[in-house]
Design a protein around this ligand. Structure first.
Ligand SMILES: Cc1ncc(COP(=O)(O)O)c(C=O)c1O
Length: 387
């Protein structure tokens, strides 16, 4: 059955569901072969992580430019595996204020000291200059997100890390198969973490994966994933149960066979949006990171608040009325989240400003040229009505 995500087709208009949006915000559909792959596992009775998870690990790592992949229960667990293997309690870690909460909250869960940094307004990706400014003698790592599918300026981040001897963890939850300077993003840093949440570019319901190029890190993450077990009932260290199951693995592996093609289709949609929005003054399209080829999980516009007479929330409410669903990624800088009250020392200004301006429009591999035009026309119409 096709899967829809109510949460993702809600606009930020008081959380009310969009009345039958004419254009789907996302297209997280299963194909018959995905269902067949899952059914085969059910028939086999081998439900725990088995050959499907192992094959998904191999294929995903290969295509992402990484040496080793480990499947796990979800993207949050993937972050915990990477942080747990690479960081110690009390380590100071620089993390953007402009990302999904898990990138930072799992550092807090690990007992790290969070140092929030700012992002660039054009690409909406982490600002390497601000990262470097915030380094102290206690800094041990940088944890950054390739947000919306767009790679960060990896060369700059890696150069800072090398200069200051820091670890780098890339939260790639939204960035399956993104590339940087022609290489898969998994080729860089100490670990890359991915989410297979239902609406991600590769969705399995819940699920995740972490890649690394280092055998020791892989070993440590493997131990954390499964109770530190080195042989049956022998536990070398304290760990968790963050394992994937083989039904999820089968769905992931089956969907993975279409991912490159679907990602290329997302890229074509982004190109078309860029072209058609060029003449719409009320919004700014996402600037691309030099050398980066985005996975386009989301296409987030920025509203030029000085060019319209309404707020972003009023703007997207009007957009929804035109049959175009919209969502906000994200409504707050992490420094404004109550959960981080004890960690915040200052509020990086660009993150706060982005929180008032951004809104995401439909982005997926099934969007037709006609639908793309319909979205752009609706944005233009709403903009004209508010000038
Ligand atoms: C940037 C980012 N990091 C981490 C996660 C957490 O992934 P999961 O929901 O699979 O735990 C998400 C999921 O939305 C995400 O977007």
């Amino acid at each position: 059955m096709p899967q829809t995500s109510t949460a993702d087709t809600l606009a930020l208009n008081g959380g009310s569901p969009v009345a039958s949006p004419s254009i789907p915000f996302m297209a997280p559909k299963l194909h018959p072969q995905d269902i067949e792959a899952a059914t085969q596992v059910l028939h086999s009775g081998m439900l725990r992580a088995h050959t499907n998870c192992a094959e998904l690990e191999k294929q995903f790592a290969d295509k992402s430019g990484a040496k080793i992949g480990l499947t796990c229960a979800n993207g949050t667990c993937a972050l915990q595996l990477a942080y747990g293997a690479l960081l110690e309690r009390g380590d100071e870690v620089i993390v953007p204020a402009w990302t999904y909460i898990a990138t930072a909250s799992m550092l807090a869960a690990q007992g790290c000291k969070l140092v929030f940094c700012d992002s660039l307004e054009d690409t909406m990706q982490v600002d390497p200059a601000d990262v470097e400014k915030r380094i102290t003698p206690n800094t041990k790592a940088i944890a950054v997100t390739h947000l919306y599918g767009m790679p960060v300026d990896i060369d700059a981040i890696q150069a800072i890390a090398e200069k200051h001897n820091l670890k780098v963890i890339y939260d790639s939850a939204q960035s399956h198969l993104a590339t940087y300077n022609g290489k898969g993003i998994g080729a860089f840093g100490d670990a890359c973490t991915y989410s297979f949440y239902a609406t991600k570019n590769l969705g399995t319901g819940e699920g995740g994966l972490v890649t690394t190029n280092d055998d020791n890190t892989a070993r440590d993450m493997g131990l954390l994933r499964s109770h530190g077990e080195t042989e049956k009932y022998l536990h070398e260290s304290i760990g968790f149960n963050y394992r994937m199951n083989d039904i999820t693995g089968a769905i992931g592996l089956s969907r993975f066979q279409r991912l490159e093609d679907e990602t290329n289709k997302r890229r074509a949609v982004a190109d078309k949006y860029d072209e058609l929005f060029a003449g719409v003054d009320a919004v700014e399209t996402p600037t691309r990171t030099k050398g980066g080829d985005s996975a386009w999980h989301l296409y987030s516009l920025k509203l030029n608040l000085d060019k319209v007479t309404c707020s972003r929330d009023e703007f997207i409410k009007a957009l929804v009325a035109e049959g175009v669903p919209s969502a906000v990624h994200y409504p707050k800088s992490l420094t404004d989240q109550p959960a981080f009250a004890d960690h915040v020392t200052d509020h990086p200004p660009v993150a706060r400003k982005l929180a008032t301006r951004v809104f995401s429009i439909p982005m997926h591999h099934e969007l037709t040229d006609e639908q793309i035009k319909q979205v752009v026309d609706a944005v233009s119409k709403v903009a004209e009505a508010h000038t």
